[in-house]
Design a binder for this molecule. Sequence first.
Ligand code: ZN
Length: 94
Amino acid sequence: MIPIERKFPKLLPACLFGSYVGGVMMNKKWTIEEIREYVKKNSTSELLSTEYKGFSQKLQFKCSCGNLFEKTFTKFKGSNQKSCTECAPIKPSR
Ligand SMILES: [Zn+2]
């Protein structure tokens, strides 16, 4: 029998192991910094929120026209709603 210490060396930091398991089990976890970068690079809006708790949370953005708007990051990223409703009206689907 292989001693359990051989299979799971104690050298492996628990935090590293945890993040590895987390990365495999879940989709990419965005941090507020990563979102801010994404917003900066992919839109003319600016991220105002300083906390990100999950994809269902609404984040505050500032449109290039000065309007403030709220949107979940999922919508912002996935539905091409990267500015306020005045600059980019949500087209009703036919
Ligand atoms: Zn706007």
